[in-house]
Design a protein around this ligand. Structure first.
Ligand SMILES: [Zn+2]
Length: 473
């Protein structure tokens, strides 16, 4: 990784401070919309670095924005800091050992994600001040990426209305700028209510809400054969109606996550799932109502920005790891299945390499296959602002997303190296845009043309409440 450009040296100078921030966020894993300490740590860092800080943006207590610079284009660099439930794990070891039973853990690397983005924004701020260039950089500390659609709510509130370009990244096993592809998704809870009764002495008087959930799930399983192959539907039982089998369950709630390639395809699927829920209620003589919690659009790419980000990586050179990094990654790989490793390569259209532990290459621009992807709330931002993102190797090849192995590598030197590499890539991309009016014009023109051809309605509707307590279950 080279250090030949001014903005990269600015990143390098502050890297230890932000590696420390990442480690502190790792140590306080918090869920969707409850990221109080993580958000406060980001706000404190923004203050310390001299940004103008707004806390509680869009009525979301943990959304924080810092801005610097004046006049000129607005560059948004987006960060995240939410964790996942049930993934508590000790760092630096290659065996599953929770720090806290059923505790939270940073299983998606958002500790690194937010810290690198804040570091990139800081370097761009310092660069603007040193060069006297007109432009603004804004760091978006976005809550609740893991199913809470934090960015969708920020878009709805107009927080991106004056932004010219949005930039972000995600920790990964590999490094590069891949084809923009993610599924649109929506989370909906289906609540059933029936009638409680003694399950043995008066079963005929009871109407089971849990039966309704089970029948709904059976119906959805039959639907899977007749939906687009790229669509995904999964669910979690939020409330099974209690722990007593001798009581007919009067209440039950199931949370569905419905994903498809586009928003129209997704909403069509939602209607079918809703009919199945209504059918289940009819069959069981229960009542059903549903509540949407969140929703993300699919990602929209931007070729001029993707080429710029890739060119930045090419100038930077591939990431490098040392023998200690590779030895720990090899230990982690021993806990994985061969399938995990082969699938990781396949996701980027790469051929598996035997014995490779950490990736030290930048994969070709636009690599990636249109399958085996999830959703991201960056998708919604990408419909309203030209958006670009990259992936940067931070952990052993094959490490599954949302796994204890990922949490275990969250404090490792390799993670810090990835964090610095990502910050340099994003800062380099931002100043390329700020220094080149033509590039910005091309990025905006491509985005405008795409929008002219495609209708967009934010899946976060005007009347949808921010699901501040969705993680409370
Ligand atoms: Zn993530």
């Amino acid at each position: 990784m080279r250090n030949s450009e001014d903005v990269w040296r600015l990143v390098e100078a502050k890297e230890p401070l932000f590696a420390d921030l990442s480690d502190r966020i790792w140590a306080t894993p918090e869920l969707n919309y409850q990221e109080t300490r993580s958000s406060a740590a980001h706000a404190a860092m923004l203050e310390q670095q001299g940004f103008k800080v707004s806390i509680g943006v869009a009525g979301i207590p943990t959304a924080v924005i810092g801005e610097a610079g004046d006049e000129g284009p607005v560059i948004a660099i987006m960060g995240e800091f939410d964790a996942l439930p049930g993934l508590s794990q000790e760092a630096g070891i290659a065996e599953q050992r929770p720090l806290q039973q059923n505790g939270n853990g940073h299983g998606c690397g958002h500790n690194m994600l937010g810290s690198a983005s804040l570091l990139a924004a800081t370097a761009v701020k310092d660069w603007l001040a040193a060069q006297g260039v007109k432009g603004r950089v804004r760091y978006y500390g976005c809550p609740a990426e893991e199913g809470g659609s934090g960015k969708g709510f920020l878009v709805r509130a107009g927080a991106f209305d004056d932004v010219d370009v949005a930039i972000c990244w995600h920790p990964s096993s590999f490094t590069g700028v891949n084809r923009a592809y993610s599924l649109a998704c929506v989370e909906i809870e289906f609540h059933f209510s029936g009638r409680a009764s003694h399950a043995a002495a008066a079963p005929h008087l009871g109407r089971s809400a849990l039966d309704a959930v089970e029948l709904m799930n059976v119906g959805v399983n039959y639907m899977r054969e007749h939906m687009p192959a790229s669509a995904r539907v999964h669910c979690a039982l939020i409330d099974g109606g209690g722990v007593a089998p001798n009581v007919v369950q009067a209440q039950a709630t199931v949370r569905y996550l419905i994903r498809a390639e586009t928003l129209p395809e997704m909403w069509a699927l939602v209607e079918r799932v809703r009919k199945i829920a209504e059918g289940a209620a009819l069959m069981t003589e229960t009542r059903m109502h549903s509540v949407q919690l969140s929703g993300d659009a699919n990602l929209v790419g931007n070729v001029p920005l993707e080429e710029t980000m890739y060119a930045t990586m090419m100038r930077l050179g591939p990431p490098r790891f040392d023998a200690t990094d590779k030895a720990f990654a090899a230990e982690i790989q021993k806990t994985l299945r061969q399938d995990d490793i082969v699938t990781a390569y396949g996701r980027f259209g790469l051929k598996p390499r035997i014995g490779e532990t950490l990736s030290e290459e930048v994969y070709p621009l636009g690599s990636g296959v249109n399958s085996l992807v999830g959703s991201t709330d960056v998708g919604t931002v990408s419909w309203v602002v030209p958006t670009v993102q990259c992936r940067v190797a931070c952990y052993a090849i094959g490490t599954p997303g949302h796994s204890w192995q990922l949490v275990a590598q969250g404090l490792a030197p390799a993670a810090h190296k990835g964090l610095a590499y990502a910050a340099k890539t994003m800062a380099g991309t931002a100043i390329a845009v700020l220094s080149d009016e033509l590039l910005l014009a091309r990025a905006k023109a491509e985005h405008r043309e795409f929008r002219d051809r495609n209708l967009f309605v934010n899946p976060i509707a005007a009347d949808l409440a921010v699901p501040l307590d969705m993680a409370a279950h």
